[in-house]
Design a protein around this ligand. Structure first.
Ligand SMILES: NC(=O)c1ccc[n+]([C@@H]2O[C@H](COP(=O)([O-])OP(=O)(O)OC[C@H]3O[C@@H](n4cnc5c(N)ncnc54)[C@H](O)[C@@H]3O)[C@@H](O)[C@H]2O)c1
Length: 257
């Protein structure tokens, strides 16, 4: 029996990077997974690859997380494919680079729309499904940028801090209502996925760009997607049944400094 055998996991932003890794790890431990992304081709690729390894375990759906109609469609499709939804991984997100003098209102709104509003809309729409398939777990992917600031990450800092606190509010509501639905946030540091490529480029690209990032991390390396995946696996499983309203820092020690 796998650690998440019988779980029904809905993972946004699963075309690549962390979301694809979470889907693979959850399926390898016995979950059914539905991978969604605005990049349908990528989501399809992830699902096909997983389904080849674990037949019948994975499906995909086109899904722009900023759109209510897409959420409705994707959740309905997922519930049908998996027989319900009891793990929601709000992972889709975008970075943002700009300070208080350079950020545009358009850029600010886009970051908040994709990284924060989507989690409000989607989690609210997923609640009936989660309530119908308890015990359930909501896992929101925030960032160390939700806990510590950078002068050039104005919108991203604000967005990821909102995800952190929103997760606690969701958790407390569910607990008070007597639902067996937990909600926690995960806070990775720089992890090897396409989202950090602009940061590596800013530092001169290649190895020297990566070195600039790793120098800030006490453990002296970038995160790997699996480092974050193990936290998601734990939070999706019943091993974490007493954990709610918590934040999991997967950060090589950076936030301790
Ligand atoms: N990799 C890191 O260093 C790191 C660190 C901290 C937090 N995070 C967070 O982890 C999450 C995953 O990031 P990643 O590193 O895998 O990045 P990534 O860019 O590789 O993947 C993000 C995915 O989200 C999808 N996406 C973007 N906008 C979308 C939308 N409107 N609707 C649906 N899907 C959309 C993209 O198509 C992409 O597949 C993000 O929330 C990110 O902020 C990443």
């Amino acid at each position: 029996m796998g650690r998440v055998a019988g779980k029904k996991a809905f993972i946004t932003g699963g075309a690549q990077g962390l979301g694809a890794c979470f889907a693979r790890m959850l399926a390898s431990e016995g979950a059914k997974v539905v991978v969604t992304d605005v990049n349908s081709k990528g989501a399809e690729r992830t699902a096909l690859e997983i389904d080849a390894a674990f037949p019948g375990s994975a499906a995909f759906c086109h899904h722009d997380v900023t759109r209510r109609d897409d959420w409705e469609n994707a959740l309905g499709m997922a519930a049908e494919f998996m027989g319900g939804v009891n793990v929601l991984v709000n992972n889709a997100g975008v970075g943002g680079w700009g300070n208080i003098e350079t950020e545009t209102l358009e850029g600010w709104r886009r970051t908040l729309d994709i990284d924060v509003d989507s989690i409000f809309i989607g989690t609210q729409m997923a609640m009936p499904y989660l309530k119908a398939s308890q015990p359930a777990s909501i896992i929101n992917i925030s960032s160390v940028a939700g806990l510590i600031a950078h002068g050039d990450m104005l919108a991203y800092n604000a967005a990821k801090a909102a995800v952190w606190m929103m997760s606690k509010s969701i958790a407390l509501h569910c607990a008070r209502a007597g639902y067996d639905i937990r909600c926690n946030s995960v806070h990775p540091v720089f992890t090897r996925t396409p989202i950090i490529e602009p940061l590596v480029a800013l530092g001169g690209g290649g190895k020297s760009g990566e070195d600039k990032l790793t120098r800030q991390i006490p453990l002296q390396r970038l995160g790997e997607p699996e480092d974050v995946g193990y936290a998601v696996l734990y939070l999706a499983s019943d091993e974490s049944r007493f954990i709610t309203a918590s934040e999991f820092k997967i950060d090589g020690g950076i936030t301790a400094q």
